[in-house]
Write a protein that binds this ligand. Structure first.
Ligand code: SF4
Length: 354
């Protein structure tokens, strides 16, 4: 197929496809699915080989959020039956992180519900980050605490955080449909702040919220412009008790097409298979490893993933290997970019990718 040859050539050169090409990937038929996976797999292998990075979530604070993100089981007034608790103690977080490291995780993601951290929260999380670094050595630490205020990204970086996650989730045009208590621009600003402070930016999307194919392409292109080093792709888990509880819009095949489209648009970024992979991809999960080079190990924030052992078996059975701490995840040019912003100091505006 000409389309796929073109996309592979562009992906190998880190060249942005056109919107029409990205859209065409989402509109391929199920008969073409294996060709699409094989093509995107070439791009994935060019930048990440057959390595799979494992990430582990540590939920520092759960539920009780004043925001109204409609996909989220932790939102204001949610009836979803999830655990609700305020900040995990430092030692508990260290223990949880170590459990992830023992399971093979290279990165721990410290996540807290809420609109964004107070300066006191940043102090608390900074102490936790330092303790995890001291205890678990080489593990990468990513913080995911919501919208950041001035100076907070710098403080996290000083405490030893390697990365910051804040997802765009959906296109600018549909953002107002899924959340009214903060805006798309707030999210973009936080990703920029994190990058400018020398944190490796992690920002992705949630598919299956009733968006169009065009919306998915729009959010993928917006992410490409922000240039995060990692791009988590979530598939909506429609939690009971949330406004999106009836949104079951994805087939396994379409979930794979979405991952392939993201790989073509962000060829050299760590594409991470995130929430909803088990329920939406089901027995096709191994095919997703040809597209994503990173997965979450075990449980997610408020839902249980498949056991870590099953993930490790799946990776080995599919002919991939778990990425060790002696390997750098990102391609060299991305590492150089991050090192250079860290050298230049906080507040540096990094060039966009496109
Ligand atoms: S701000 Fe975060 S925790 Fe709160 S409702 Fe939105 S996604 Fe959920």
């Amino acid at each position: 197929m000409d389309l796929l040859n073109t996309l592979v050539d562009k992906g190998l050169r880190r060249e942005l496809p056109t919107r029409e090409e990205a859209l065409a990937v989402l509109e391929t038929s199920d008969d073409e699915l294996l060709d699409v996976v094989a093509a995107a797999g070439k791009v994935r292998r060019q930048w990440f080989g057959r390595r799979v990075k494992l990430n582990y979530l540590v939920n520092l604070k759960s539920g009780l959020c004043p925001e109204d993100c409609s996909y989220c089981s932790q939102r204001l007034g949610s009836d979803a039956g999830i655990l609700k608790y305020t900040w995990l103690k430092k030692d508990e977080a260290v223990q949880a992180a170590e459990a992830g490291v023992q399971g093979g995780a290279k990165r721990v993601c410290l996540v807290a519900s809420g609109r964004g951290p107070t300066d006191r929260d940043i102090t608390r999380v900074s102490e936790t980050i330092s303790a995890i670094k001291e205890h678990s050595g080489d593990v990468e630490v990513c913080a995911c605490l919501g919208l950041l205020s001035d100076g907070q990204a710098e403080r996290l970086r000083e405490a030893g955080a390697d990365a910051y996650n804040h997802n765009l989730n959906t296109s600018e045009a549909t953002y107002g449909d899924i959340c009214t208590t903060h805006g798309y621009e707030d999210r973009v600003a936080t990703v920029r702040q994190a990058r400018g402070a020398g944190l490796s930016a992690c920002s992705g999307l949630i598919a299956g919220m009733g968006e169009s194919h065009k919306d998915l392409v729009d959010v993928a292109f917006a992410l490409r412009e922000l240039n995060p080093d990692s791009v988590p792709v979530n598939f909506l888990i429609p939690f009971e008790g949330t406004p999106l509880e009836k949104e079951w819009n994805l087939t396994q095949q379409h979930a794979l097409r979405i991952l392939a489209m993201v790989r073509f648009v962000c060829p050299d970024a760590e594409v991470r298979l995130a929430g909803g992979r088990e329920v939406h991809l089901r027995s096709l999960q191994p095919l997703a490893l040809h597209l994503a080079n990173s997965i979450f190990l075990g449980d997610y924030l408020t839902s249980e993933g498949q056991a870590g052992k099953a993930d490790l078996d799946m990776i080995a059975d599919a002919g991939f290997e778990v990425e060790g701490t002696d390997t750098t995840t990102l391609p060299e040019h991305r590492v150089d970019e991050l090192v250079s912003v860290r050298r230049r100091g906080a507040g540096t505006e990094l060039p966009p990718n496109a």
